[in-house]
Design a protein around this ligand. Sequence first.
Ligand code: FDA
Length: 389
Amino acid sequence: MQVNTLILGAGAAGLMCAAHAGPNTLVIDHAKKPGEKIRISGGGRCNFTNMYCTPQNFLCENPHFAKSALARYTQWDFIELVAKHGIAYHEKTLGQLFCDGKSTQIIDMLLAEMAQAEAALWLQTNIISVAHDGTDFVVVLEHKSKRKTVLARNLVLATGGKSIPKMGATGLAYDIAAQFGHSLTETRPALVPFTFSDNPFTPMSGTAADTRATAGQTSFDEATLFTHRGLSGPAMLQISSYWREGEAISLNLDPQNTLYEALRTQRQTQGRKQLTTELARHLPTKLIEHLTIPLALSGNLADQSDTRLSEIVSALQNWHLKPTATEGYRTAEVTLGGISTAEISSKSMESSLQKGLYMIGECVDVTGWLGGFNFQWAWSSGVAAARDI
Ligand code: FDA
């Protein structure tokens, strides 16, 4: 069987690419259904893009790489597509757009676009081998228990990263890219909760606080969630992409820097109030209970000098914690790193080593922040490849 374009992976990037790649396109996937990660994303409502998406929201060895694709198919292009299909959506926070209804609406939209482009989809199809005969890619597949050889002028790698192996994630794109001489950057689980051995946060599991979380030079002002395993919530997922084993993370529990003045003011009028009672007006009670002994929080407000209040606030603003590890690929939303961008055209996503070979989506060393950026990368890189094909 001969096709113009064979796309490996019917996830976000592969489906988007198929919808734009022109006639005689075949998409294959080993899963039973296409777009499974879209289905489970955003708590079932798919945070499909971010209104404030810029190249600064991505990690990549080459910080300029994502610029071209993101500029040529923007969040506004995708929003227009969503609107064209009559899918209702809303901004949850920080420019993050979610479906009002189910995330399957996004999958149905992509399948409808693909059908209109007359692209074919084979599910439950395994990839046995990939080669190039000098003219075409020769891909041996197993479809419905039968071996089939597909000859393709263009081959698009869109099998994603390693996160959530239970959902069928594999490192296949890395292996095929390496087979054609591509270099790989280190891969790590990202957008993932932190774990602590002898987790000290178990008694306050379920408590959330507004924080500024810092790892290395990077900070995020978002909520932190204390869990029975360790630390989670958007702030923790965000900085997990910047954290390395053995390092401490820093939590600022007073990111607006208003607590010191608030405590001094209260001391003037409510001097007999317990310090911990007053702190619990600003921070979750369970968190204050957790910090009472380590910070020696005792006495009433009138007992606290300016110096002491300043010490307490400083400790709350600079809480250093050393995670043991992360929850790993089991729960990571994405894989950091991947196929190096050094040998990929930023304009077309085509390999500079093998004509007709394209790499898109999460398998490439481009990783977005939490908040719809990873899907935007899947849409933008998918369209970039399709337009070149
Ligand atoms: P994706 O993983 O979507 O697709 C790859 C496809 O390849 C899959 O269909 C898989 O079955 C197939 N495949 C893999 N190996 C294969 C093999 N060996 N043979 C055949 N087929 C193979 N992002 C965001 O922007 N907003 C959000 O709300 C969320 N939410 C979210 C929640 C959860 C729980 C997760 C795990 C992830 C998110 N993400 C997200 C991240 C987002 O899902 C991710 O970045 C994109 O799905 C990546 O798109 P790709 O098409 O590159 O890979």
